[in-house]
Design a protein around this ligand. Structure first.
Ligand SMILES: C[S@@+](CC[C@H](N)C(=O)[O-])C[C@H]1O[C@@H](n2cnc3c(N)ncnc32)[C@H](O)[C@@H]1O
Length: 230
């Protein structure tokens, strides 16, 4: 209702989106006090959007199987209760120090000793290199292959780079491997490995492919220093 009123009063899209998102976060936090965790939650898919993966507990801030505010600083799952956690294109939506590192600490707590955490996000290094290489033309072509309706609305091609950085106010930070590995290390993970989407799909073939390696960073993290695999 508040988001609708802001829209009617001609607030910009970013304010409308943020207000709606924050209201959803409030609802998710309040609802969590009343709900128990669905059974069979050893595989967590966090920030699932509309990609519900069978066999996983698909969580998002609203409209999911188990609504949760990932920026709340605390996850409602027991210690060591997950064998696998996947979160694709979500971490860039969180403030690095106030929200993301606390979330990664929670993933470390919830992940079992032999568990794996798979994360993906736009890759700061690939995005910057793409601007210097061809102002992002190849990334736009890649986006249109995957999302045929994608349009820059007539803006010059390099505006796509702005879109990746800001996503109309939804993105807070982009990450390269070094920043993400550092953040995971701060959260206690002892093994962080750069991988490709194919590695995630080989470990968990139930995930629908995004085919976004050209612009994305994929990592797998584990609690122990042993090489991170499946
Ligand atoms: C770009 S979408 C990615 C969706 C999906 N993972 C995919 O790969 O298509 C980002 C998702 O993160 C979710 N998200 C962002 N901030 C969140 C938060 N604080 N708590 C829970 N979900 C959040 C959004 O609701 C959205 O569904």
């Amino acid at each position: 209702m508040l988001a609708w009123t802001l829209h009617k009063l001609r607030f910009d899209q970013r304010t409308v989106a943020y207000t709606g998102h924050d209201i959803s976060r409030l609802r998710a936090r309040l609802a969590q006090r009343r709900r128990s965790i669905p059974g069979n939650s050893r595989k967590l898919h966090l920030g699932c959007g509309d990609r519900f993966v069978p066999g996983w507990l698909n969580c998002d801030v609203s409209g999911s199987e188990f609504d949760v505010d990932l920026a709340a600083g605390r996850l409602p799952f027991p210690d060591g209760s997950a064998d696998a956690i996947v979160s694709q294109h979500v971490i860039e939506h969180l403030d690095l120090r106030e929200q993301l590192i606390p979330l990664l600490r929670e993933l470390h707590r919830v992940c079992g000793d032999d568990g794996r955490v798979w994360l993906s996000c736009p890759d700061l290094a690939k995005v910057c290199a793409a601007y210097l290489h061809d102002r992002g033309q190849a990334l736009v072509e890649d986006r249109r292959r995957r999302w045929p309706d994608y349009s820059l609305g007539g803006a010059p091609v390099q505006h796509f780079i702005n879109d990746l950085f800001q996503a109309r106010g939804k993105h807070r930070n982009l990450f390269d491997f070094e920043i993400l590995a550092w953040a995971l290390g701060e959260a206690g993970f002892r093994s962080v490995k750069r991988v490709m989407e194919a590695d995630l799909l080989a470990a968990h073939p139930d995930f629908p492919p995004r085919r976004d390696d050209l612009q994305s960073l994929y990592v797998v993290a584990a609690k122990t220093a042993a090489p991170a695999g499946n």
